[in-house]
Design a protein around this ligand. Sequence first.
Ligand code: NI
Ligand code: MN
Length: 232
Amino acid sequence: MQIRWLGHSAFEITSDEDLKILIDPFISNNPVCPVTVEEVDADIICVTHGHSDHFGDAMEIANRTGAVIVANHEHSVFLSKQGLETVGMNIGGSIQIHNIKITMLNSNHSSDMDFIEEIGAGGSSCGYIIQLESGRKIYHSGDTGLFGDMKTVISDIYNPQIALLPIGDRYTMGPLEASMAVKWINPEIVIPMHYNTFPVIKQDPEEFARRVESINKETKVVILEPGEIYKE
Ligand code: NI
Ligand code: MN
């Protein structure tokens, strides 16, 4: 299994059975993304919400690769009308694609589809638990503020081993809140995201790492550069 960070909240997960799962494929307008849209491959694309820095190039990549797009019901209706294959779902539910189980979870954010002219209603923003063939679970929180479900639902029921959490502040949690999220979720590994893409979300990931170290020593902070891979 490997996780490649494409900058911002975009990740490419390659499963043990070699399935490619893209989350929030913000590629072409992402100033720190190391790859082009044409270079990206996918079997499954998960979109957390309708903001263009997350929805990104989902349609173009799905059109070219034939990947199925997993998204909330409202996005799914919109995408179906564009002729794309989608799996619509909603918060609290799970689906299975091949041997990958995907659960949609709450997030504390907004979700209008700002890539549509005049902005379309986009349903709720969300996070995902991606359970790989091995049973290992990756939690991608999407954009979110700190919220209590992390301490209860996400920790008690799903207990993900790997968490991908935003630390950029302003639009999401910053290092302070994200370090508390780590304490509540208590994953083995946390990878920070949604920072240093633009000047308004400039952050020092080392500050986040120090905060995690001081309140939850069991979790290892893995700081990636865009394009870098975490492998296990
Ligand atoms: Ni957003
Ligand atoms: Mn965002």
